[in-house]
Design a protein around this ligand. Structure first.
Ligand SMILES: NC(=O)c1ccc[n+]([C@@H]2O[C@H](COP(=O)([O-])OP(=O)(O)OC[C@H]3O[C@@H](n4cnc5c(N)ncnc54)[C@H](O)[C@@H]3O)[C@@H](O)[C@H]2O)c1
Length: 355
């Protein structure tokens, strides 16, 4: 093989991190550091001490407090955007326009309008945009998808989707502030299980949604916080949301998401009904009628997968092989369109058309 070609093949992928807070340090940075041929060359946080501590801990050579400066001064191939939701769109579009591939945390943006602008920038520049909807990489969902693709569920017509916490209002970050997050549990955790369900259903086109949001706990000072103490004064998002979604193929879906609710225990699960079988995602099970017998199929021996490492590996593979990302911006945008419609319906009291 010519020397130049060998050099080109082993050239490391140079990564920058935008926002070096919780998810960057728990997931993105350690994952990149496990992938061969990847170098994290710089990290950026508006809080300099945060960037500095993280850089020291993970051995990241350079830090910035302005991501635009980092994009200008570093020869980056890719960035992870790990900032709060209101700082997803601008760094993503600026990075794409600078010729840099982007792995942006979920949700894609504050709303579908932002998401559409991000997808448009990715298409215009030809640079990859992957969204951090990592639940799909679990070995359970991957196994269930293989059963669905083999036709085991038949015609899928309904899903019941739940991301419910009994007392789990985040006590850090800006998760309670509507102007910085775009919403509460629906946009923060509902987004994961909604995306997982849409993927398992084969991404039918959503055409309308209705819903209702409630704020019953987040502004109260007498409520237990199992995920830390949040600021009740600045809490402006819903703490429970429910929605009903229609798809163009006649399928429907209900979704519930809570940060706090008077329920027995937390639930993160999707139940999907098909003509030949049904399933639940957490724990993974398939329900069928076979040979005049009702059967439950319980996958056995599934690997313990680090979904964050899997998403980073998938992002790097897509860049290396110039392949379509497994979770492209378009998928993140579809979830945002549904969530926007649920939030709008809650405000107007009417079903909202999508698309
Ligand atoms: N995929 C998952 O399972 C998962 C889990 C947690 C969080 N998230 C997502 O990750 C994002 C961040 O969440 P987090 O929990 O890490 O929050 P965090 O508050 O711990 O970290 C965010 C960091 O971004 C920094 N920041 C804010 N504005 C910035 C700017 N303009 N430039 C550079 N840095 C800036 C903050 O100073 C902070 O250090 C959110 O969008 C959240 O939805 C995803």
């Amino acid at each position: 093989m010519p020397e130049k070609e060998t050099a080109a093949r082993v050239k490391p992928i140079r990564v920058g991190i935008i926002g070096t807070g919780g998810i960057a340090t728990a997931a993105h940075i350690p994952s990149y550091q496990k992938v061969e041929g990847v170098e994290i060359v710089a990290g950026c946080d508006i809080v300099e001490s945060v960037a500095k501590n993280v850089a020291e801990k993970f051995g990241i050579p350079r830090i910035y407090t302005d991501y635009r400066k980092m994009l200008k001064e570093e020869e980056l191939d890719a960035v992870s955007v790990c900032t709060p939701n209101y700082v997803h769109m601008d760094p993503t579009i600026d990075a794409l326009n600078a010729g840099v591939h982007v792995l942006c945390e979920k949700p894609i943006g504050m709303n579908a309008k932002e998401g559409a602008a991000m997808v448009a920038a990715s298409r215009k520049t030809g640079k990859k945009l992957q969204i951090g909807l990592c639940s799909r990489f679990g070995s359970g969902p991957q196994a269930l998808k293989r059963f669905i693709d083999a036709g085991e569920l038949g015609d899928i017509y309904y899903a019941r989707v739940q991301a419910l916490r009994r007392r789990g209002i985040p006590g850090w970050g800006v998760f309670g502030q509507k102007d910085k997050q775009g919403g509460g549990p629906m946009i923060d955790i509902g987004v994961h299980i909604l995306d997982l369900t849409l993927w398992l259903m084969g991404h039918p086109k959503p055409v309308a949604a209705s819903g209702q949001c409630y704020t019953k706990f987040g502004t109260r000072k007498d409520i237990i916080g199992l995920m830390g103490q949040w600021d009740t004064e600045t809490f402006t998002v819903e703490d429970f949301a429910t929605g009903f979604v229609r798809f163009d193929n006649g399928a429907t879906l209900t979704v519930e998401a809570s940060f706090a609710a008077n329920i027995e225990k937390d639930v993160f699960n999707s139940v999907i009904l098909g003509t030949e079988g049904g399933l639940q995602t957490h724990p993974p099970m398939i329900f069928k009628e076979e040979h005049k017998t009702l059967t439950d199929v319980k996958p056995y021996g599934l690997a313990d997968v680090n979904v964050y490492l899997a998403e980073v590996q998938a992002f790097i593979d897509a860049i290396r092989n110039d392949a379509e990302s497994l979770i492209p911006g378009e998928h993140g945008l579809m979830v945002s369109q549904i969530m926007d419609a649920i939030y709008e319906s809650s405000d107007t009291g009417k079903e909202v058309k999508i698309g």
